[in-house]
Structures are given as C-alpha cells and as structure tokens.
Design a protein. Structure first.
Length: 318
C-alpha cells in the first residue's frame, strides 16, 4: 500500500476500492463471530495488524482493540497539523460511486477540516504514525492490560500470523516465555512456528482457521448436551413449577425482586432455577457461563421443541 502514487485521485481510487470491498461488509464474517464468541465473557485485548476494521463490527469493544498499523476506515491530515482521525467510509463510497459513473473525482477528495491539506488513510505508511496521540493511547492500554496480568493466568491466542510478522509474534512469544502461567496458542495452517523455549507452554493448530474456530465453539457446549442427556434420561419431560423456593438461594448473591414466583424445574437429579440462574445435578452445582445457561434454559423450557444449531445461535445471541 505504501506506493508513490501519481496523484491524490489515483491514491483515493485505490483505497476507496479496498475500503468498500474489504472493510464495509454487510455483516461480520463467521470467523470473526466465532473469534468473539471465544473471548467475549473473558477479560480480553486484541492487538492486530489487520487494518480492515473487522473486529469492532463483530462485537469487540473499540477500547480493547489496538490496530498497530492503523485502520483503513479512518483518515488523517497528511500535513500532520493535528492528531485527529476521521471516518473514511463516506469518502470511499462517494469516490467509488463517482468512479463507477465516470464523474470527476476532485470534488470528492477529502481535505483536512483544520488546515485544508490533503487527507490520507490512517494507516502506518511512515514512522511518524506511531507518534500520533490515538496510537499512543491504544498502545498504553495494551501495555496496561499486559501488566495487569503479570503473574496471572494468561492465554496469547494468535490467528494467522506468519513467521515474518515480528510486530505481534515476537512480543507474544517473549511475554509467554517470561510469564510462568501464560500459554501460547497459534492458529496458522501450514506454518506453525513455536520456539523451543516455550514449547511446553504452547499449542499449534495447523488447520484452516474457520474450521478450527467452528469446531471449538461447538465443543464448548458438549457438557451442556451431557446435562440435557441426564434430563431426558430421568423423568421424561421436566415439570415447571411456579412459586417454589430456589435451592441454596442464600449463595446466589441476590434476593429475588418482591418475592416474585420462581420458575423451578425439579425432575430426578436435576434442579433448575431460572431467576437465580442456578443448575444442580445430584445436589452438585454446575458452573455455566451466561450463554451456556441461556442455551440450557431455552432447551429445558421448551422440552418438545427441536432447535437447530442456527436457531439457537439466533435466539440466544440476537
């Protein structure tokens, strides 16, 4: 992308095509959705050299995403008169449409609202990029996140980062090598590289990332399927009781509002309480994440209905 363009028009025609075609998707890809699914209930931080702005539309919080080389969906003043970054999406669409119609492009070329100079995509084409305030703030948040987990359990998940990409791979490996509780997991079909120093703390997944992520997300619900199997195997259709008392509610950390009736299922070894979001089998509390409980509740409250995987994703997530 760092190329000596002959004119501003040529540069912005090129970038408008990329921004429109690669950055402005109707919806996030399934890969990005599954990636978010893995971490959304964890304390996470994303560091990426992907400048196509795919993380935030998939649900990742903007303050937890550090685009080390910038974002194509933003633009900045080429004169460096300020640190402000502006959205480039509307400009890209206007230029793409004008090019399609054969119109003059000069009236759509973006200008800095402060000094009137030319604008350029907010991408790291020069060393001065890292001096920008927005870049420094994101870098500081990333450092704060890493420092907060010094000496604690930490997993460095790496997706599709080649051996030559030193911006991400080397810092990840160095972090894992010095942190006793850190783990390194890399996904990269046909190119798995793990140094000997962290071999015993690492996992390499030599598989298509889309396939690997899909399999991992589905595997997370296997223990829920086991619970459902327990339910079906003892007592047939669950009995829903309203107005009962939830077992062990003293440990729930909350009092139900105004003593409203509770939705409780007691059948065989299973005890389920919707309002207190608790599940027990043979008196043993089953620890579930928020989404895992929502899936179980959907199935257990609709005992005679069949749900496909896609239906569950739509109901629980959307």
């Amino acid at each position: 992308m760092a190329f000596p363009y002959f004119s501003q028009e040529e540069k912005w025609v090129y970038f408008s095509r990329i921004i429109k075609g690669k950055c402005m998707q109707n919806e996030p890809s399934q890969i990005m959705k599954n990636m978010y699914e893995l971490v959304k209930e964890k304390d996470y931080f994303v560091v990426t050299t992907n400048g196509e702005d795919h993380f935030i539309p998939a649900g990742f919080l903007s303050e937890r995403v550090f685009e080390m080389e910038g974002k194509l969906t933003e633009m900045r003043c080429s004169n460096g008169c300020c640190d402000d970054a502006y959205s480039s999406k509307e400009t890209a669409l206007q230029i793409a449409e004008a090019e399609k119609k054969g119109e003059r492009l000069d009236k759509f070329l973006p200008k800095c609202p402060k000094c009137g100079g030319n604008m350029e995509v907010n991408y790291g084409e020069s060393s001065s990029f890292i001096d920008k305030k927005s870049w420094q703030e994101k870098a500081a948040r990333y450092r704060e996140f890493v420092n907060r987990f010094r000496g604690k359990r930490l997993v460095a998940l790496e997706f599709g980062v080649g051996r030559r990409n030193q911006l991400i791979k080397v810092p990840f490996m160095q972090l894992v090598s010095v942190e006793p509780l850190a783990k390194y997991i890399t996904f990269n079909k046909g190119e798995i590289y793990i140094p000997q120093e962290i071999k015993n703390k690492s996992i390499g997944v030599d598989q298509d990332i889309a396939v690997a992520l899909s399999n991992i997300v589905k595997a997370r619900y296997k223990h829920i399927e086991k619970i459902i199997g327990e339910i079906v195997g003892v007592g047939g259709c669950p009995l829903i009781l309203n107005g009962g008392e939830c077992m062990d509610d003293s440990k729930s950390g909350r009092d139900w509002i105004n003593n409203e009736p509770l939705t409780i299922i007691d059948t065989g070894p299973l005890h389920f309480c919707l309002e207190y979001r608790s599940v027990e089998i043979y008196g043993k509390k089953i620890e579930l994440t928020a989404k895992e409980f929502d899936i179980l509740a959907l199935l257990i409250l609709n005992p005679r209905r069949v749900f496909t995987y896609e239906m569950i994703m739509e109901i629980v997530w959307n």
